[in-house]
Design a protein around this ligand. Structure first.
Ligand SMILES: C[S@@+](CC[C@H](N)C(=O)[O-])C[C@H]1O[C@@H](n2cnc3c(N)ncnc32)[C@H](O)[C@@H]1O
Length: 237
């Protein structure tokens, strides 16, 4: 059961104990975190679903009520809840954590929820099918490998949008992941698979969960990490 009395310090401890470089161990950690996931992320001022969905909505030209959305690494269903506010109604979710999928099921928003450890297992989604493919908070070292972005692109309909939001955590693996990701995004553009619609950057993606509570207390803007929302349109051919 979710712990309604959780504090910022509890949230920091949870984030700081979630650092295995192995994706399978990471999703096992999410299995144990599922019930407190949203509370802990709110305590850390996590704004990624809101930022991603607003950037998407600024560029989405279809009828949201008819759009089919693939929410990759859907977690507890936070992204679908934000999209619902903007009129989207049809969601399929994928995640590697069974317990996170159970939380997502409780929202009642998903027509289908699929369990898959991405990078190890293929994306369980038909190609050329979705009006929107969205992934928030999972493109990072030890989470969803860079190569999966090609699968996201293939799952989108020709002309569909792919929206990817990530935070810029510190450390060598995170820096290397960002370089590899941006190289792959560029390569896919050169191959004619998609074209960039716009990148939105923010100074306040969330509070840096890896700062100690003591340090965070004395900091203002520096206690937030930056983040980016990448939006691409799948090519029509
Ligand atoms: C920070 S949460 C983001 C959840 C949701 N998108 C949100 O913004 O609230 C990261 C999610 O990615 C999932 N995840 C991490 N690595 C994964 C992988 N390799 N395959 C599938 N899911 C993965 C975790 O289980 C977790 O639910």
């Amino acid at each position: 059961m979710a712990d309604s009395c959780r504090s910022v310090d509890d949230a920091r401890v949870a984030f700081q104990s979630c650092k295995s470089p192995d994706a399978k161990e990471r999703v096992q950690f999410y299995d144990s975190w599922a019930e407190n996931y949203e509370k802990d992320h709110s305590l850390m001022s996590y704004r990624a679903p809101d930022l991603a969905v607003n950037h998407l909505s600024d560029h989405f030209t279809g009828n949201p009520e008819q759009a089919l959305v693939l929410d990759v690494a859907c977690g507890s269903g936070w992204v679908a809840k934000e999209m619902l506010e903007l009129g989207f109604r049809h969601f399929v979710g994928v995640d590697g954590s069974k317990s996170m999928l159970e939380q997502a099921a409780k929202t009642g928003l998903y027509q289908d929820l699929r369990l898959a450890l991405l990078g190890t297992q293929p994306l369980p989604a038909q190609t050329d099918t979705f009006d929107v493919v969205i992934i928030v908070g999972a493109l990072d070292a030890g989470f969803v490998p860079v190569g999966v972005v090609r699968e996201l692109c293939h799952a989108a309909k020709p002309g569909g949008l792919v929206c990817m939001a990530r935070g810029e955590h510190s450390g060598t693996p995170a820096n290397q992941y960002k370089k590899d990701l941006e190289r792959e995004l560029q390569l896919m553009e050169e191959e004619g698979l998609w074209s960039p619609v716009g990148i939105k950057q923010t100074d306040r993606y969330m509070e840096d969960p890896h700062l100690s509570a003591e340090r965070a207390k004395d900091m203002q803007e520096e206690r937030y990490i930056r983040g980016s929302v990448y939006l691409y349109k799948r090519s029509i051919h």
